[in-house]
Design a protein around this ligand. Structure first.
Ligand code: R5P
Length: 282
């Protein structure tokens, strides 16, 4: 088996290749003077099963992913599995207003075009899986990896920032053998959210908040503030996809005692590897 690491996901691709004892090939990406993507795979032929690991975010990485598929086909790949650790546009999963595109669906159609199998990680809306009709699709969860990471941290309570994220919090809590619950989130704007206290006993507890995405950090900041107000001893936060837009990480560090993310997006705190989970799915 051969693992190709796109430029957005090269570290995870190398972890995955090591995990599976596979040959690693970097994407060999350069940019033309006008910014277009040039790539060349450094292999004579790919007469084997090929795994391409590449985020479809931001936009230019989607183009690189499509070009990688074609380059692998050109070298004779027998089967193409696309690992898309962070699937861009997953939150635009319907036409919210008249005249808008169905963005997540457009992404599915393009990604599956030249793939036999697609592996996603903690896809924001699980319904997206049903839209793959040309390729097999699997969604893997980062929760077991997050649980492993916090195994010795003596966490008392795992919280989801909203009810929709409760299942994820439950999976982490089960690994840790502690209780779990959720907060009530109201979004006020793109960067501001309000957290309602609900009936949570956080006093003197070490709390871990788990979400799929940290984008601006507004959700986790509001949750941390609320939990500290309720007397939490310390508040940790973990997410699968750490975007940390516009200084989000620095903002969170002011209040939150520890922040980690899985390695679907490479950032300063992407210390939780989902490579073992992806290897199992392959
Ligand atoms: C929302 O549905 C997601 O699960 C995250 O809670 C959200 O994307 C976090 O965004 P932010 O960090 O900007 O509050």
């Amino acid at each position: 088996m051969i693992v190709i690491g796109g430029s957005a996901s090269s570290k995870l691709a190398q972890d995955l290749a090591a995990e599976m004892n596979a040959t690693y090939i970097p994407a060999g990406v350069k940019r033309f003077p006008d910014g277009e993507c040039y790539l060349r795979l450094g292999a004579e032929s790919l007469d084997d099963e090929v795994v391409i690991v590449q985020n479809s975010y931001p936009d230019q990485n989607l183009v690189e992913l499509l070009l990688l598929q074609d380059a692998a086909i050109g070298l004779g790949a027998k089967k193409i599995t696309n690992v898309v650790p962070y699937f861009g546009y997953a939150r635009q999963d319907t036409r919210f207003n008249k005249g808008e595109p169905w963005s997540a669906r457009v992404m599915v159609d393009h990604i599956q075009l030249n793939a036999d199998k697609v592996i996603l990680v903690d896809i924001h809306n699980i319904d997206i899986m049903d839209w793959f009709d040309e390729a097999d699709v699997t969604n893997i969860y980062a929760a077991p990896a997050i649980g492993r990471y916090f195994r010795d941290a003596a966490i008392d309570l795992v919280l989801a920032p909203d009810e929709g994220a409760l299942k994820r919090a439950g999976l982490v809590a089960e690994t840790l053998g502690c209780e779990w619950d959720y907060l009530i989130k109201t979004r006020l704007s793109g960067t501001q959210v309000h957290m309602s206290p609900k009936n949570i006993d956080a006093k003197n507890k070490k709390v871990l908040i788990v979400d799929d995405i940290i984008s601006t950090g507004g959700t986790i900041a509001a949750a941390t503030e609320e939990l500290k107000r309720l007397g939490a001893r310390s508040v940790y936060a973990a997410c699968t996809h750490g975007l940390f837009i516009g200084g989000g990480l620095d903002r969170l560090r002011k209040n939150c005692d520890k922040i980690v993310s899985a390695n679907t997006l490479e950032n300063e705190v992407s210390v939780v590897s989902v490579a073992p989970e992806i290897a199992k799915a392959i």
